[in-house]
Design a protein around this ligand. Structure first.
Ligand SMILES: Nc1ncnc2c1ncn2[C@@H]1O[C@H](COP(=O)(O)OP(=O)(O)OP(=O)(O)O)[C@@H](O)[C@H]1O
Length: 271
């Protein structure tokens, strides 16, 4: 019988039948906080140039999975993981992986927009400067503009670059945080309910941006908003009590769920 978790044909070089390459491979991952098991034998692939949504009821392990990908979970006392996670085919736990370098390959967008209380320009320039992405200060203005344009924010802020990032509206602040994340050239952007504090208009603009950004990046997004998962993602992973119950094309998960648990969740019967 075909596995519920394996809806796509993987050809041996890691490319999927639709031409997308695997960015992250989660392999038999178990995670604990002390005695409490938060993830149980989770295996699935996250493709480049796609949005993967993590959905499921509160406490099902979405945040643990997201923070395991960039190894931020390791900062929580008592957390431990078994299994493996590969980034571009290489284990993120290999002894020669430099943690700071690994974490820089991931951008992080939090629930509450959290720009620095510094000028808008500096929110974007800071990371690029300290990580040596822009070495010549003369190139910085052009680089800041490029990141703000990529985040669909340039036209709104080009005349107020000296104002603090915190002076913007919530939706603008979140797009500034996305510009800041882009400034270190990540491969993957991890988003933890990025629109939960935004109104519908601001949410729509962030969703449009997510759709544009996937042209060059892998994006993994946690959302409790099922319509949002359906709108922005190409793949969806449904978790329940630490287990990955279903993973596949978003359309299939929402329109043709194969388990009662997933069906009940996506039709709003619980969660
Ligand atoms: N620091 C921690 N210490 C102990 N247990 C934790 C800790 N963080 C999470 N857990 C437990 O691990 C399990 C998974 O939690 P996690 O936060 O990953 O779920 P989630 O799906 O992201 O939940 P939510 O949607 O509410 O954010 C839950 O049972 C939770 O109580």
């Amino acid at each position: 019988m075909k596995s519920l978790l394996d809806t796509r044909t993987v050809i041996p070089d890691g490319r999927h039948h639709d031409g997308h390459t695997t960015k992250l491979s989660v392999r038999h991952v178990n995670a604990w906080y002390g005695e409490k098991q938060a993830l149980e034998d989770v295996t699935f692939d996250i493709c480049d140039r796609e949005v993967t949504a993590l959905i499921g009821p509160s406490g099902c392990g979405k945040s643990t999975l997201l923070t395991s990908l960039n190894r931020i979970a390791e900062t929580v006392p008592g957390y431990r993981l078994t299994g493996d996670i590969l980034l571009d085919g290489k284990s993120i736990f290999d002894p020669d992986v430099e943690l700071e370098h690994l974490r820089r390959r991931f951008g992080w967008i939090a629930q509450m927009p959290n720009p620095f209380p510094e000028p808008i320009r500096e929110n974007v320039a800071y990371g690029a400067r300290i990580h040596g992405i822009v070495e010549d200060d003369n190139d910085m203005d052009g680089f800041v503009e490029q990141c703000l344009r990529r985040a669909n924010l340039w036209d709104e802020v080009k005349d107020i670059l000296d104002q603090p990032g915190t002076s913007l509206s919530g939706g603008q602040q979140q797009r500034l945080c996305i510009a800041r994340a882009l400034s270190t050239n990540p491969d993957v952007i991890l988003m933890d309910e990025p629109c939960s504090a935004l109104d519908p208009g601001a949410t729509g603009r962030v969703e449009e941006l997510i759709d544009e950004l996937r042209a060059d990046l892998a994006i993994v997004i946690i959302t409790h908003n099922l319509q949002q998962a359906a709108r922005v993602s190409q793949r969806t992973a449904f978790f329940h009590l630490g287990k990955l119950i279903e993973f596949g094309d978003t359309e299939d998960i929402f329109l043709k769920p194969r388990t009662e648990l997933c069906n009940d969740y996506v039709t709003g019967r619980y969660g």
